[in-house]
Design a binder for this molecule. Sequence first.
Ligand SMILES: Cc1cc2nc3c(=O)[nH]c(=O)nc-3n(C[C@H](O)[C@H](O)[C@H](O)COP(=O)(O)O)c2cc1C
Length: 201
Amino acid sequence: MKKILVLSGSLRKDSLNTRLAGYIATNLPDGYEATSFDIGLIPLYNSDLEGDNTPPNVQHFRDALNTADGVFWTSPEYNYAIPGVVKNAIDWASRPMMPKNSIVGKPMNAVIATMSPTNGVRALADIKRLWNNCGGYSVMVYDTVLQAAHTRFVDENGAESLEPIAKKAIDLCIGNLVSAIELNAGATSLANWEALVASMK
Ligand SMILES: Cc1cc2nc3c(=O)[nH]c(=O)nc-3n(C[C@H](O)[C@H](O)[C@H](O)COP(=O)(O)O)c2cc1C
């Protein structure tokens, strides 16, 4: 069974992104299971806390990344960027750099759920760029923002689902991440990272 770590970038109880993460986690294809981690448990980044002083929840987060075959982020956009909690989680995951961090070679897809009818694309570009900068592999086709997200959820026989247009888009995003995992798309990112590390010796 392959694992996809499904993460929400919102800490609030009624978060639309956490609801979307729930939809994704329960709609993975056969052969895949979802894992999760609450990024609200991670303290603010401080390099004095690396090494022997690593906070347990940071190590748990890194372990969750290391044991996942891929990652699916859902996140709000805050002030035209990713929320601080998401940046903080990525900063912790990006260390230690050598020989590789927990993001290197890891396929990732992301969707921004927003109440806005127009925004979200800037945070999506942010998170994919950051992930690639850390040595990960971001799925770039097909960029998806779930706008007016508060109008998209529907009840389907007692289970939370999405209206047909949103469902088609989100299911495509899930499928694209699964394709990236199956095709080992992160291999090039891993090779590039190893070349970078070798060049620093
Ligand atoms: C501090 C703050 C800044 C925000 N800035 C944006 C923004 O730049 N773009 C956007 O689409 N929505 C913005 N929003 C609205 C969020 O998209 C909306 O609150 C969304 O529901 C948050 O996601 P959640 O439901 O998962 O918590 C902002 C909300 C907050 C609290």
